[in-house]
Design a protein around this ligand. Structure first.
Ligand SMILES: N[C@@H](CCC(=O)N[C@@H](CS)C(=O)NCC(=O)O)C(=O)O
Length: 247
């Protein structure tokens, strides 16, 4: 999409420290105008998010924006046609944003210039979402999703397994970088990070937060450093009130 006046109106529902950082960075990277809408955890209800400014509840968010009550969600309004929709799930949100890149060439490079490159991009994004996030990190942060027996002991075991799975995922990521020998997982062309690299940066941050020894993943660390060095990433982290990892 070359003409910025024909861009849809975008609202990104996000929360500080959450995985919504990845689409937040990508929107800034591509200089696509959007409205950030900050959400906060629905502490009383135990799960999901509600509007940080109190304008709607977690229940309303679930009904009107994200069917699971999660972030990120991207609201898209196409003024010319009156079309309005909500996109959920990280791979869908990131690939949609990439399709709005300022030039078709940039969009193609971000999505994968060949059918195989495109499949690989989607493969990485799906794996990061399902295995690293939905299985490994969810075991640490949301052990109740995996066991229906009450009890701190059972949950602690699930979380412990989750930590092992996270490390195994990071090992696989490091091995892939070593095998491919590139600067990025799948770059966006011309030395720029791609969708996968931006997503990987988010998970690197979580690794640091969880006090994993991230320095052992030398190549992955370089990818994270390269992403954080960009204004898009540092600006997004700052806007969300977070701290840079390599400052
Ligand atoms: N599969 C979803 C997962 C999104 C997700 O789990 N988001 C977290 C924040 S990082 C969330 O909203 N958690 C709320 C909850 O588990 O109640 C995606 O890839 O977008």
């Amino acid at each position: 999409m070359a003409d910025s006046s024909s861009l849809p109106k975008l609202t990104l529902y996000l929360a500080s420290g959450s995985c919504a950082l990845a689409p937040h960075i990508l929107l800034r990277e591509l200089a696509i105008p959007f409205t950030p809408f900050f959400m906060r955890l629905n502490i009383k209800g135990g799960s999901g998010y509600e509007a940080e400014d109190g304008s709607f509840s977690a229940e309303e968010y679930k009904k009107t924006v994200h069917h699971s009550g999660y972030v990120p969600a991207l609201k898209v309004v196409i003024e010319a046609t009156g079309e309005e929709d909500i996109i959920t799930e990280m791979p869908a949100i990131l690939t949609y944003i990439a399709s709005l890149a300022p030039s078709p060439e940039r969009a193609a490079r971000l999505l994968g210039a060949t059918p195989i490159a495109r499949a690989k991009t989607i493969s990485w994004l799906a794996w990061l979402s399902s295995t690293l996030h939905g299985q490994a990190y969810a075991s640490i942060w949301k052990p109740k999703r995996f066991v229906d027996q009450a009890g701190a002991d059972v949950e602690a075991i699930v979380a412990q397994v989750g930590r092992k799975t996270v490390i195994e995922c990071y090992r696989q990521m490091e091995a892939a970088l070593e095998r491919d020998g590139g600067e990025f997982f799948i770059g966006g062309g011309e030395g720029q990070p791609g969708l996968v690299d931006i997503c990987a940066y988010l998970f690197y941050r979580w690794g640091v937060k969880q006090k994993f020894e991230m320095g052992q993943f030398v190549r992955y660390e370089k990818v994270a450093q390269a992403v954080e060095a960009r204004e898009s990433a540092s600006g997004a982290v700052e806007r969300e009130g977070g701290k840079l990892v390599f400052a």
